[in-house]
Design a protein around this ligand. Structure first.
Ligand SMILES: [Zn+2]
Ligand SMILES: [Zn+2]
Ligand SMILES: [Zn+2]
Length: 401
């Protein structure tokens, strides 16, 4: 195949043998699979951004600056751990992060992983809790002493240092004086067989599972450290900081808030994820806010908005809110026409955007209050179904365009 390809005139590449077509098809399949994997990662990254623990961690990393690293610490009885001392949001509590969750964020390209240390672990249970035992190379006894040998130069006597009682040579009785003796290095002496040796052998005992093994048998594992993927810093910041201010407003308005908010679609029974769901009782009636937010480098395309409209058609929602950061595309704007959706464009970090959201939500609540008040007065409950069909909503758009 390869040789054939090399002989082919590049100008004639449109006329390919059959095998080439098959190969191209395979290529195509691989391409499609890669795209699916990429889509899955993009989707999972979005999910990660709304996961409370991940949000806290990322906020903390953004707050601490570009240089900050999540480095492992060792706790006796526990092992290597990753911790952060939290942001203002979680009251400066220390949070322990599982290595698996950090690895997952690396897979999603949110964090970067690099070498920090490596360590020997038990080959049987992967624990790092182990004790090191010297062993006699001759009789395998662990009953060995570490000592040093000293030579008394004038008489040539060599013995363990502790045999020179009160610094006197046991052979000639002279006092050891500087320059007249030398240390001959560290030695080990087996108390069982009397063997003297320079290098003992070692046993490792795992204190988690009691396995005994040699250093050669121990496994080696890397202990990584983690940092924010700075290439994604802008995206991460927009995603994790976006809803806090809205949450604050809604809390002040006495709403119960869920981030993310999960609801079951009334028609399909599917679980729908919203960025935020807020609920509040007004005049005995539950008011539901379902909010999604979408972030882009330039402008938001129609698809997240259409998906949002679809999800809201499945549930009872009184105040639908869609936040587009930084703004909706022209096509997406057209889709919003005739919809009851409260569209917010811009960063929710900006005070004027937050003020607008607050005013609009208060207006909508007042309208609902007025409506429920009128209904009670006229004793004519509104018989309109709680949900509007997705397609009738889209038909609504068609009429207007
Ligand atoms: Zn073990
Ligand atoms: Zn021995
Ligand atoms: Zn001597």
């Amino acid at each position: 195949m390869k040789n054939q390809d090399q002989k082919t005139d590049p100008k004639k590449t449109t006329e390919q043998p059959k095998e080439k077509t098959v190969a191209d098809k395979n290529k195509e399949t691989i391409k499609v699979t890669n795209t699916n994997v990429q889509d899955k990662i993009v989707f999972e990254r979005k999910e990660a951004y709304i996961e409370p623990q991940t949000r806290d961690l990322l906020k903390k990393l953004l707050q601490d600056g570009d240089e900050v690293e999540i480095i492992p610490t060792y706790t006796i009885g526990v092992g290597f751990e990753y911790r952060t001392t939290g942001s203002i949001i979680n009251n400066n509590e220390t949070t322990t992060l599982s290595k698996n969750s950090l690895e997952k964020l690396v897979q999603l390209d949110i964090l970067k992983k690099s070498f920090y240390d490596s360590v020997s672990i038990c080959p049987s249970c992967q624990s790092t809790f182990m004790t090191l035992h010297n062993r006699c190379p001759k009789c395998e006894s662990r009953n060995i002493d570490k000592t040093s040998l000293t030579e008394h130069i004038p008489c040539g006597y060599i013995d363990q240092r502790d045999q020179y009682i009160q610094d006197c040579c046991p052979k000639c009785g002279e006092l050891l004086v500087e320059g007249k003796y030398r240390n001959m290095g560290r030695w080990y002496i087996c108390q069982a067989c009397g063997e003297k040796f320079e290098k003992p052998e070692f046993d490792l005992v795992c204190r988690s599972c009691n396995k005994i093994f040699t250093i050669k048998e121990a496994q080696v594992t890397e202990i990584p450290k983690f940092t924010l993927n700075l290439a994604r810093k802008g995206e991460i910041r927009q995603n994790v900081t976006s809803l806090e201010n809205i949450k604050t407003i809604l809390t002040k308005l006495d709403f119960n808030i869920e981030i993310p908010g999960l609801t079951i679609g009334q028609k399909t029974g599917m679980t729908h994820h919203f960025s935020l769901i807020a609920k509040k009782q007004i005049n005995g009636q539950e008011i539901v806010i379902a909010l999604d937010h979408s972030v882009s480098e330039t402008e938001i395309q129609p698809s997240p908005l259409i998906y949002y409209i679809y999800k809201t058609s499945e549930i009872k929602v009184d105040i639908p809110i869609f936040v587009a950061m930084p703004k909706l595309s022209e096509t997406a704007k057209k889709i919003t026409q005739g919809q009851n959706i409260l569209i917010i464009e811009g960063s929710t970090e900006a005070p004027e955007v937050i003020d607008k959201i607050k005013t609009e939500i208060e207006d909508r609540i007042n309208q609902i209050n007025q409506k429920t008040f009128n209904e009670t007065k006229n004793q004519q409950p509104d018989n309109k179904p709680e949900t509007t069909s997705f397609f009738s909503k889209l038909r609504g758009i068609k009429k207007r365009t």
